[in-house]
Design a binder for this molecule. Structure first.
Ligand SMILES: NC(=O)c1ccc[n+]([C@@H]2O[C@H](COP(=O)([O-])OP(=O)(O)OC[C@H]3O[C@@H](n4cnc5c(N)ncnc54)[C@H](O)[C@@H]3O)[C@@H](O)[C@H]2O)c1
Length: 366
């Protein structure tokens, strides 16, 4: 009998816990997977009890996904290496700022043929003025291939079993089936594409746009303005891939990881919520993250800063006025009220008359 594939989920926040419901159920039901799934949990004390003990006895992550039962075959483990050392598939789902430290701890401790998949939305700064994709960091540090999963997947709605789609970006076709089987469910439909970098970049950049959508809401502007911000955000996302990661496909932006995730995040996500509160309350982003998110981490402002670091170094801020303005507002050097002025003369409104100069593959013929 072929060896069963064993799975570890590295992370147990809101999304990590929601995906544990699907992955745990699939590992319990599908013959190709080992039933026991380990989940690395950053230990915290909740009302005098360890979070790992609460999860392993009540099967509920009371802090990050209250009100939902995890399958009993998902076992919370407080030691990262202990959780990961026997896994064939590692699912990385932690806020992106923790990844470099996690990689250091895991180096040399994994199974030789292990593979990884990152559900993490964000970048890291690269030396010399660029950005690093999280999947590239994982591959480089841990010497494992790393796919990505991104989509219009607000964790609480996925946990409730509401229908949605997701996109797996996987460069190596030989891993596509096992990864699809691991995540696919009746309510969670998976499309696998090979354009992995573009999938991941969509997942990170949409959090910047969502901050902008939140500012629009906070300023009391209407749906037309919000739609304009979303569309300009999409165009800057496409332009970013075109310039920084040539070879991406335009069709990827029409998968769940692209336009669908952008829309859901600009209407429902935590970045939009904090963006709105930032304008209305006058408090700092850090204050609002603490007050509104109960330990969850905000990705948009950090990603805006990382992207700005790259754009500034390459003298490209003017080509990305929305990303640039959002970064400046988050970091306090521009007032939210100035957002619209910054995008009134967007390159989209100036350079394109009838033709577009996209080097991405053309949209499919209708
Ligand atoms: N929540 C969503 O709806 C959603 C959906 C899709 C993707 N994502 C992405 O998934 C990733 C994980 O987000 P999430 O929502 O699961 O997390 P979260 O923001 O809900 O939770 C924070 C997590 O970080 C852990 N943590 C806190 N301090 C830590 C430390 N010092 N060291 C290590 N871990 C620490 C906490 O235990 C917790 O598991 C992010 O990149 C996010 O953008 C989230």
């Amino acid at each position: 009998m072929a060896q069963k594939t064993s799975v570890c989920i590295v992370g147990s926040g809101n999304w990590g816990s929601a995906i544990a419901k699907i992955v745990g159920a699939n590992c319990a039901n599908l013959p190709e997977f080992e039933e026991r799934v380990t989940m690395y949990v950053y230990e915290e004390m909740i009302d005098g009890k360890k979070l790992t003990e609460i999860i392993n006895t009540t099967h509920e992550n009371v802090k990050y996904l209250p009100g939902h039962k995890l399958p009993p075959n998902v076992i919370a483990v407080p030691d990262l290496v202990e959780a990961a050392k026997d896994a064939d598939v590692l699912i990385f789902v932690v806020p992106h700022q923790f990844i470099p430290n996690f990689c250091k701890q895991l180096l040399g401790k994994l199974k030789p043929n292990a593979i990884a998949i990152s559900l993490i939305k964000g970048f890291d700064k690269a030396e010399g003025g660029g950005i690093d994709l999280i999947s590239h960091i994982i591959t480089r540090h841990l010497k494992v291939p790393c796919a990505v999963l991104m989509g219009a997947n607000l964790a609480n709605e996925v946990a409730e079993g509401q229908f949605c789609e997701t996109t797996i970006g996987c460069r190596d076709a030989k891993y596509a089936k096992i990864l699809r089987d691991l995540f696919q469910a009746n309510h969670f439909r998976v499309v696998v594409v090979d354009d992995s970098d573009a999938v991941e970049i969509c997942g990170a950049l949409k959090n910047i746009v969502a901050m902008g959508a939140g500012f629009v809401d906070g300023l009391g502007l209407g749906d037309n303005t919000k739609a304009a911000v979303i569309r300009l955000g999409l165009m800057e996302m496409i332009r970013f891939v075109e310039i920084m990661y040539p070879g991406g496909k335009l069709s990827t932006f029409f998968e769940s990881c692209g336009v669908a995730d952008l829309i859901t995040t600009c209407y429902g996500g935590r970045n939009r919520k904090v963006g709105e509160a930032f304008v209305k309350s006058g408090k700092t982003i850090q204050q609002l993250e603490t007050e509104l998110l109960n330990g969850q981490k905000l990705q948009g402002p950090l990603t805006a800063e990382e992207v700005n670091y790259m754009l500034k170094n390459k003298n490209l801020e003017e080509k990305f006025p929305l990303f640039t303005a959002i970064h400046k507002i988050c970091s306090g050097s521009l007032k939210p009220q100035d957002l619209i002025e910054c995008i009134r003369c967007h390159p989209e409104h100036i350079s394109h008359c009838f033709s577009r100069e996209s080097s991405l593959l053309p949209a499919p013929k209708l």
